[in-house]
Write a new protein. Structure first.
Length: 245
């Protein structure tokens, strides 16, 4: 009987981890992605009604737009991002508590910082301070405060990178599976936050606003929804992941 139990455990641990196999995580993820897509669509439609068809901000479209604005403070979209990032960093904090995986602690720190930056406007506030402190010039179509924001990003990236090196040096069996699952949502999140943000600054106009806001903030929202899905799946399967390696 003991041998049969051991065999079943071995067979279970031999099954590779796949996010799609976690039905609960996938249901939550599809719901989050669906809500995000609806908000992105409403943002684009109401923005078009306001500016491309001559409707003002005080009209019905303007009220709805301010309610769902992808880049607006305290909007439904921003609060959704806060909630999804909360799912991400609490999931990895739980996995770290159970496994003591350095990678999980690094991922907790990454998503906790993303939540902090989104909620407290870290790079915007520090960017202004750095621009004044170092008297940064305007270069390549970027304003002084834009260069300050990039410098703020570099400082944060340096700290997170040092944690990443620490996590890599202390890597353990199972970390590779976790990293392969979460790396694409993180890469898309960083790309949207940095590249599309810079492009939005350099290219002005109503059409550029609606396009780059959808690409930047909408892309971030979809990436965070994917990250939340992966985080929940990893939290639910951490035993299998770290037993299997």
């Amino acid at each position: 009987m003991t041998d049969q139990t051991a065999n079943r455990r071995h067979e279970c641990s031999a099954v590779p981890f796949r996010v799609i196999d976690d039905k609960s995580a996938m249901k939550v993820g599809l719901l989050l992605a669906g809500v995000a897509l609806v908000l992105i669509g409403i943002h684009i439609i109401t923005y078009s009604m306001m500016f491309l068809q001559g409707h003002g901000k005080d009209g019905f479209a303007g009220v709805i737009h301010s309610f769902v604005n992808l880049g607006g403070d305290n909007s439904v979209s921003e609060n959704l991002n806060h909630g999804m990032l909360f799912i991400c960093f609490t999931s990895f904090l739980y996995v770290f508590h159970k496994t003591r995986s350095r990678l999980s602690l690094f991922l907790f720190s990454f998503f906790a910082f993303a939540w902090f930056d989104d909620s407290c406007q870290y790079h915007e506030r520090l960017g202004i301070i750095l621009a004044h402190a170092f008297e940064l010039p305007a270069l390549f179509g970027l304003r002084e405060k834009d260069l300050g924001e990039l410098l703020a990003w570099v400082l944060a990236a340096a700290i997170l990178a040092s944690m990443g090196v620490w996590a890599y040096r202390g890597r353990r069996s199972g970390d590779g599976t976790v990293l392969r699952s979460i790396v694409y949502p993180i890469a898309i999140l960083i790309f949207c936050a940095v590249v599309f943000d810079i492009a939005h600054i350099m290219i002005e106009g109503p059409m550029a606003d609606v396009v780059f806001t959808a690409l930047e903030d909408g892309g971030e929202m979809m990436a965070i929804a994917a990250a939340a899905t992966v985080s929940l799946a990893i939290q639910g399967s951490y035993v299998k992941i770290y037993q299997r390696g």
